[in-house]
Design a protein around this ligand. Structure first.
Ligand SMILES: Nc1ncnc2c1ncn2[C@@H]1O[C@H](COP(=O)(O)OP(=O)(O)O)[C@@H](O)[C@H]1O
Ligand SMILES: [Mg+2]
Length: 349
């Protein structure tokens, strides 16, 4: 492998050394949370009505791609309710007993954040169903025919589940959430507000036009916006007096190889190869991957989704094809299709 996808500057996944700075940038209350207008309004109603009834709100599922604010929202939910927050994740729950240990120690009204809930072990799922519905778990003691289930009451709590793969949640689990928030990518204008806010917290002076520049390259993702902001800040501090001007922002992003649309080196390599070596396709995934020296999985999982979302690449039954926008974006001229070959873009359904 030539490439660790998690190391990319445009990776939506949190990098190891990023946790502390991310924590410092998290909005603490709903009113500070930028964008996601609909989710915010819906959530605000759910929380306010729970407060009014003095009851824990329905269980809440936050669904959406990495870096859009799911963990942040879970913390906000606890803060708005004025309740403690317990954090765990699907992969940490390997056995039902792990979940029982968490559930049985929750306090009244506590918010339990279960990140990556789709990765929880199956046997724990059954226990979670019962806990969500009846605030009760059956703890199994002993093994084999002599095993007995001891019912245990647990304090009424609110489960906040987060998932990047809502489709992978079993129906019975999804059905037990009273409120499902679908989070979508942010608009550049919203990212600009986030960048301004973060710049304030990090004591970075950034010109409005420079914030626009960074926002446009952040792939609709606050985590990436905050990361790019820190990189342009570094650049402005070392190469200039620290103030991020549009010129400095552009130069820094060029150095880090993040282009105007937020494509990085890998994205551009894939797209460039598709255009230059295969005339825009169609070409099979493995052939395309070999041509850029990557594993097919890296190309498919790491590069393609964003290229597809940007309307630069399409996956068709005959292979990958570039769209006209791809040629324009890389500054290339598409070959004129020979009439006999049909058009380049007649995609089969
Ligand atoms: N709506 C938002 N407003 C301001 N900052 C945000 C927003 N959403 C996310 N962020 C910031 O982006 C980073 C990633 O958010 P996080 O909640 O960890 O995403 P997720 O859990 O969905 O991967 C955090 O530093 C957070 O402060
Ligand atoms: Mg998270």
């Amino acid at each position: 492998m030539t490439h660790d996808p998690e190391d990319r500057i445009v990776s939506p996944v949190v990098a190891g050394d990023e946790q502390a700075v991310e924590a410092a940038l998290r909005p603490k209350r709903l009113a500070e949370f930028v964008g996601q207008e609909r989710v915010r309004e819906q959530l605000s109603l759910v929380l306010q009505s729970a407060l009014r009834r003095n009851r824990p709100p329905d269980h809440i599922l936050l669904s959406g791609p990495p870096g859009l604010g799911k963990t942040t929202l879970s913390m906000i939910i606890a803060a708005e309710l004025g309740k403690p927050l317990r954090i765990t994740s699907g992969p940490a729950i390997e056995r039902a007993g792990d979940l029982a240990a968490v559930l049985s120690t929750l306090s009244e009204g506590e918010v339990l954040f279960l990140d990556e809930i789709h990765r929880m072990a199956r046997p724990a799922e059954e226990m979670l169903y019962m806990a969500m519905e009846d605030f009760r778990v059956d703890v199994v003691v002993g093994k084999g025919p002599g095993a007995t289930a001891i019912p245990l009451d647990i304090a009424p709590f609110t489960l906040v589940g987060a998932t990047t793969r809502a489709g992978m949640l079993p129906g019975p689990l999804r059905d037990r959430f009273g409120f499902v928030a679908h989070m979508d990518f942010y608009e550049p204008a919203e990212l600009e507000v986030i960048i301004d806010r973060s710049a304030g917290l990090l004591d970075v002076r950034i010109d409005a036009e420079a914030a626009t520049e960074v926002a446009g390259r952040s792939r609709g993702t606050p985590r990436i916006a905050n990361r790019l902001l820190r990189r342009v800040r570094d650049y402005a501090e070392v190469r200039a007096d620290g103030r991020v001007t549009p010129e400095l922002a552009r130069a820094a992003l060029e150095l880090y190889e993040v282009d105007e649309r937020g494509l990085d080196r890998l994205d551009r390599a894939v797209l460039g190869s598709l255009l230059r070596k295969f005339g825009g396709g169609p070409v099979g995934l493995s052939t395309l991957a070999v041509s850029v020296g990557e594993e097919p999985e890296t190309v498919e999982v790491v590069a393609e989704p964003f290229l597809v979302r940007q309307g630069l690449l399409a996956r068709t039954p005959r292979g990958r094809i570039a769209t006209p926008a791809a040629w324009t974006h890389l500054g290339l001229t598409p070959p004129t299709p020979s009439p006999a070959a049909g058009t380049l873009f007649d995609v089969d359904e």
